[in-house]
Write a protein that binds this ligand. Structure first.
Ligand code: UD1
Ligand code: CA
Length: 454
């Protein structure tokens, strides 16, 4: 690959009004990550050495997301929307720093792959001054057409400017362009706006280069690489395609997905070896699954770190801050949040464990609830190791239960319990012999009286 320095200019100025959302388009997410983050990540992995992100006026939220992903990205504002070349020139200061290559990408093409960008860069390394990513869409309507001859790209014609013959060309402009750095400003500054829309078209760079005696080429890619997101429908399509890629990567890495099409992953989901994921499981952001763990059907996980050999679900909900030690078991209808469950501990049925620590090998009985919220603040429950929490206990936080302690079933525990003690916090059982017999006798007497009164 080229060792030349490379500046990427990411155009993120579009508002995306067709999304019908108060949120800017590029901050919508697929597989748990914004469109902008996907593109920046692909660009970084293509080996760029500097990043410029062009945002619309007042778009601090877009700038902040760019900085979150690439902290040393330079942010430029395109104050007026006057075309793609005008947007690129908003980053003039970055261009003037003399990068060897310049890559222009749109922030709304989240399925772009680093390998595709590398192919574009390779075309520059072979002597072209401009390399443009082309593709053959099923329906070319709306795209610029690539006019080629003998492997050379002569011009890009916007559809609104194209004649009938040019419109019949099926090789279209994907919008991604690589330019040789030393020639870039000379070309970009010659672009005018004498077209039907009165915009400065980046696509005109190709014809201008040609007039200067410089060669351009087209590099063909799959449609997915340049698939733009403009509507919620296209966002959903991109999600589907990105999910397929993640599932395939998980399978390739050795994860057993029993029914891959029913499992939803996030871009940052991490699996160890010999993990089994049953059908219908959703992985939200920031989940790590240890070796040999089994995630049973209908579980929803987010922000959870799962140790080796852990069993989760079916029907489990792991919320952010969940940490499950090796061999822990979280069973059906159990919700865990901001809690550390140590190795070998179990909560097998119908529980809520929030803001808690559960020591190693402790058994949390069915229906146990940590009452962590008093209506104002959250409080912690700490349970030692080898403890036994009887079924249907309410642990009213803040509260501590010592190692090896027993809690009687149905207890409401409000005070700390020392190690190895038994705590009972429930009404004592009362048995009244023959009470039911007497009740029935009384009731039938009453009925006879009522009958006679009629
Ligand atoms: C552009 C290309 C077209 C190509 C298509 C691929 C031009 C002139 N045309 O057309 O050949 O087939 O993309 O999708 O380049 N933007 C700005 N500021 C502006 C104008 C645009 O930041 O002033 C950004 C947009 O937010 C968008 C991208 O540039 O991310 C493309 O702009 P858009 O107006 O969608 O161009 P198209 O007409 O689709
Ligand atoms: Ca477009």
């Amino acid at each position: 690959m080229s060792e030349r320095s490379c500046l990427a200019i990411v155009l993120a100025a579009g508002e995306g009004t067709r999304m019908r959302s108060s949120r800017p388009k590029v901050l919508h997410a697929i597989v748990g990550r914004t469109l902008l983050a996907h593109v920046l990540d692909a660009v970084m992995r293509a080996g760029v050495t500097a990043m410029a992100v062009v945002v619309g006026p007042g778009r601090d939220d877009v700038a902040a997301e760019a900085k979150r992903i690439v902290p040393d990205a330079d942010i430029f504002v395109q104050h007026e929307r006057r075309g793609t070349a005008h947007a690129v020139l908003a980053a003039r200061d970055a261009i003037a720093r003399n990068a060897g290559e310049i890559l222009v990408v749109y922030a709304d093409t989240p399925l772009l792959r680093p390998a595709t960008l590398k192919r574009l860069r390779a075309a520059l390394a072979q002597g072209a001054v401009i390399a443009v990513l082309g593709f053959r869409p099923a329906d070319p309507k709306g795209y610029g057409r690539l006019i080629t001859r003998d492997g050379e790209l002569l011009a890009i014609r916007e559809e609104s400017e194209a004649d009938v013959r040019e419109r019949a060309i099926d090789l279209c402009n994907g919008g991604i362009m690589a330019l040789a750095g030393p020639n870039a400003l000379a070309i970009l500054d010659r672009i005018g706006n004498t077209n039907r829309k009165g915009e400065f078209y980046l696509t005109d760079a190709v014809e201008i280069a040609r007039k200067l005696g410089l060669k351009s080429v087209a590099v063909e890619a799959e449609e997915d690489d340049v698939r733009g997101v403009n509507t919620k429908g296209q966002l959903a399509e991109a999600e589907t395609l990105a999910q397929e890629r993640l599932r395939q990567a998980a399978l390739d890495a050795g994860v057993t997905l029993v029914a891959p099409e029913t499992v939803f992953l996030s871009a940052d989901t991490k699996f160890g070896t010999d993990v089994v994921v049953e059908p219908y499981v959703v992985f939200g952001e920031k989940v790590t699954v240890g070796d040999g763990a089994v995630i049973h059907s209908f579980s929803h996980l987010a922000g959870a770190t799962i140790g080796k050999g852990v069993s989760v679900g079916p029907f489990a909900r792991l919320r952010p801050g969940t940490r499950l030690g090796d061999g822990a078991r979280i069973g059906n209808f159990v919700e865990v949040k901001e809690a550390q469950i140590e190795a070998g501990a179990k909560a097998n049925h119908l529980s809520y464990i929030g803001d808690a620590f559960v020591g190693a090998n402790t058994n949390v009985g069915a229906g146990t609830i940590t009452c962590n919220y008093d209506g104002h603040d959250k409080h912690r429950t700490e349970i030692g190791k080898d403890a036994f929490i009887g079924s249907n206990s309410a642990l009213v936080a803040p509260v501590k239960i010592g190692d090896g302690a027993y809690i009687g079933s149905g207890s409401v525990i409000t005070d700390n319990v020392p190690a190895d003690a038994l705590a009972l916090g429930r009404g004592r059982q009362v048995v009244k012999e023959n009470w039911a017999t007497r009740l029935r006798a009384l009731k039938s007497l009453g009925k006879k009286k009522a009958h006679r009164a009629k």
